[in-house]
Write a protein that binds this ligand. Structure first.
Ligand SMILES: [Zn+2]
Length: 286
């Protein structure tokens, strides 16, 4: 069973869908959405127009078990299956149906490494870029797909919530509210939701203007080739200079920054043969 709550106004406007806990161990989105619903239910906040659909817990069993997913990453291969096999396959029809009705999607997540609020920016739609720049987010990462294009047997395997929503005409963004356990992650998520509602003119609140925003384009990934250590406890979005030491292998071999740039989602506990450090470069707004 999935709980979704829809607020419908008497005035025409956009349909905003907000999702929490698409990954079950990312609980800040749930808290942010519950706070929004409490504000609306107590009329501390009033919707002026359009429709708002809130799904505080998109993957209920994973949320209960405090895991990313139970049997299949709900944020990949998101489409209605002819023969559902995994637990998450049963969520697909419900989630897809909600996303098909969205004009705008905000999907709230958090991540494992240390760091703060950022957004994965899609760069093919100016309306979407403008929206994302007005959500109180300062740090953006883009170009993930171009940098790490995989050859997938089935291209639908790359489909997550934002991809599915875009396919059905919405503008969409994934917001990473910070490290899973950051004390302020839920608050950051809530501020993003308010900013989204205000940008869409669905609530009476001043719009969040873009301030000091930074854009990082994905450049490369360093796989962990053998046992080794980071040169320092990297956090997401740490800035590094050209040639700076990033990590050292047990053999003495060094990993250095290919140019000035940023550490993206460092995997401190990566096992040998897996992704260790993603590296991106700063750019102007794409
Ligand atoms: Zn996530």
């Amino acid at each position: 069973m999935i709980k979704s709550v829809r607020y419908e106004t008497f005035n025409e406007g956009q349909h905003l869908v907000v999702l929490g806990a698409v990954h079950g161990n990312e609980k800040c989105g749930t808290a942010a959405i519950e706070r929004l619903m409490a504000a609306l239910d107590s009329e501390k906040l009033v919707l002026k127009k359009g429709t708002l659909t809130c799904v505080p817990i998109t993957n209920p069993r994973a949320y209960e078990e405090n895991v990313r997913f139970c049997e299949r990453n709900l944020n990949r291969a998101l489409y209605v299956k002819d023969e559902p096999q995994h637990y998450e396959d049963q969520i697909d029809p419900i989630l897809c149906h909600i996303l098909e009705q969205a004009d705008v999607l905000i999907d709230l997540h958090s991540y494992a490494s240390e760091g703060g609020l950022f957004s994965f920016l899609g760069v093919s739609n100016q309306t979407e870029i403008d929206f994302c720049r007005h959500l109180t987010v300062q740090n953006f990462v883009y170009g993930w797909g171009d940098a790490f294009a995989q050859v997938l047997e089935d291209p639908r395997d790359a489909m997550g919530t934002v991809e599915y929503a875009r396919l059905h005409g919405a503008i969409a963004t994934t917001i990473e509210c910070g490290q899973h356990l950051n004390a302020d992650a839920a608050d950051k998520g809530f501020q993003v939701l308010l900013a989204g509602l205000s940008y869409l003119e669905m609530i009476d609140a001043p719009k969040a203007e873009p301030v000091d925003q930074r854009f990082v384009k994905m450049h490369s990934v360093f796989m962990k080739e053998e046992e080794g250590e980071f040169a320092q406890p990297w956090k997401h979005y740490d800035e590094v200079s050209e040639g700076q030491l990033l990590a050292t292998y047990a053999s003495g071999k060094e990993v250095r920054a290919p140019q000035a740039g940023f550490i993206v989602l460092p995997k401190t506990h990566a096992t040998v043969g897996t992704e260790w450090i993603f590296f991106g470069v700063g750019t102007d707004c794409p």
